[in-house]
Ligand binder design. Structure first.
Ligand code: ADP
Length: 441
């Protein structure tokens, strides 16, 4: 049987966030890193596939082309419904890309109507009367108004999206959403007759998203942040179950590669060091001076891996990072560190590491690329928004990997992550034996 839900996400960590929500609502999910090349189509054993693009801030024509390639792949894999996923702060440039991609998908699918809601109440993103709130403030009063690539200065999503689309944009407001799925469907019919192409939908709670989820059953295309994902799996009869997050058995050595410079990661590194655990610090100035930092890190790791997880990190407090950036240039320093950590990750895998934690969004991208990973099966959640994943190395060997964006995760994330992998395995073993007992009883 083919997949049920096909998702197109406009960035990498957003794709994982969406996949994580779908798994928690009971679907087995595979995340693909970019669209597989033509001719490399392989059947995917999953209920939903999320294709991660990098199309949020590219020129609109490129975002459209990439999204249409993803659509073609997902439909050939059997997807019955398409989910275009964007950021919960509706990040878009003046030229798009949310509007142009939405309309291109509508044209390609042959549908005249879709919904749009970035609401994700669990993360403080709510939509009321078409206006997006970030925590307690309007989007236009949040930090997003100063974003370097996608400054958001208008909170009225009907007008933001209206400026990006040829078709009229409407609103399904909270009174309708609160009245339930049937009322939403009636409003959809009316808006459709009025010629509305996309309706912004209010949602201030998970219940709103569940009602909307039920109402959009059968709609060929939905567009949303990751929040709506909680309301879709039930349309195919999926229920929350740990088996959706089941990964193949894990093994091998354990390591952590951290190139994140965020506050949360700094705390996680400090916590790991306080525990007296093996850690190797990567100094960007030594890399720049031509030292074989990769070789040093790997010989340290080779000695210490048998003791348990080894951390290789460039994570530093903001002042130290600024100092390095001042000496090497911010972009150059970033690239130098990313390249080094990606090679360290390759070397760790060669040393037998098969459980790998990576901290930092950019760092994760570099590591995934260096390891040649093309797809991730999404497993159990460690902390909100951060699941374990299983991937195949190019030689077919399994690798368990988790990609933590900077500010995610509790203070003990680096040790809790491995404990989570063990407990998920044990939990599933118990579940399986309970099921077997039930069958024999
Ligand atoms: P985060 O999610 O915390 O922003 P990223 O990996 O996305 O983490 O980005 C961090 C950037 O900072 C990367 O480009 C990384 O290579 C760079 N970096 C990491 N450590 C240092 C350091 N000590 N000095 C300068 N730049 C660094």
């Amino acid at each position: 049987m083919g997949i049920r839900l096909g998702c197109i996400a406009d960035d990498f960590t957003g794709a994982t966030d969406l996949a994580n929500n779908l798994v928690r609502a009971g679907m087995r999910v595979v995340q693909l890193i970019d669209v597989p090349p033509v001719g490399a189509e392989q059947p995917v054993d999953a209920d939903a596939v999320v294709i991660a693009l990098k199309s949020r801030t590219t020129p609109a024509s490129e975002a459209v082309a990439a999204s249409l390639r993803a659509l073609e792949w997902l439909r050939s894999a059997g997807a019955e419904q398409i989910y275009f996923k964007y950021c919960s702060t509706f990040d878009s440039t003046q030229a798009g890309n949310i509007g142009p991609v939405t309309e291109a998908l509508m044209d390609a699918i042959g549908t005249d109507f879709t919904v749009a809601t970035p609401a994700f109440p669990d993360n403080g993103r709510t939509v009321f009367k078409g206006h997006l709130f970030v925590g307690d403030v309007l989007l236009s009063e949040s930090g997003m108004r100063h974003h370097p690539l996608t400054p958001m200065t208008d909170s009225n999503l009907v007008s933001v999206l209206g400026a990006q689309t040829a078709r009229p944009v409407g609103l399904i407001d909270h009174t309708v959403v609160a009245a339930g799925a049937e009322a939403i469907r009636e409003r959809v019919d009316r808006l459709r007759k009025e010629g509305v192409g996309t309706a912004i939908v209010d949602a201030v709670s998970n219940d709103d998203l569940l009602r909307l989820g039920a109402a959009v059953k059968g709609l060929p295309l939905v567009t949303a942040g990751s929040g709506l994902a909680i309301g879709l799996p039930a349309n195919w009869g999926f229920e929350s179950s740990p088996s959706a997050a089941q990964l193949p058995p894990h093994g091998g050595q354990r390591a952590i590669v951290s190139g994140s410079v965020s506050t949360a990661t700094n705390g996680q590194v400090q916590e790991f060091l306080r525990g007296g655990r093996p850690a190797f610090s990567v100094d960007p100035l030594r890399i720049a001076a031509g030292e074989d930092v990769v070789g040093q890190a790997l010989s340290y790791a080779a000695t210490h891996l048998p003791e348990g997880p080894v951390l290789v990190y460039s994570t530093e407090a903001p002042e130290a990072v600024k100092d390095v950036q001042g000496r090497l240039g911010a972009a150059e320093a970033g690239e130098l560190v990313e390249r080094t950590l990606a090679r360290v990750a390759q070397g760790l895998v060669e040393l037998g590491v098969r459980q790998l934690v990576v901290a930092g969004g950019e760092t994760s991208g570099a590591v995934v690329q260096a390891l040649g990973l093309t797809g991730l099966r999404i497993g159990p959640q460690i902390d909100p928004g951060v699941p374990w994943c299983a991937a195949a190395l190019p030689d077919g060997d399994p690798l368990h990997i988790t990609l933590k964006s900077g500010n995610f995760g509790g203070p003990d994330f680096f040790t809790a992550a491995f404990a989570r992998l063990d407990s998920a395995r044990l939990g599933l073993a118990c579940l399986d034996s309970a099921r077997l007992d039930g069958e024999t009883a």
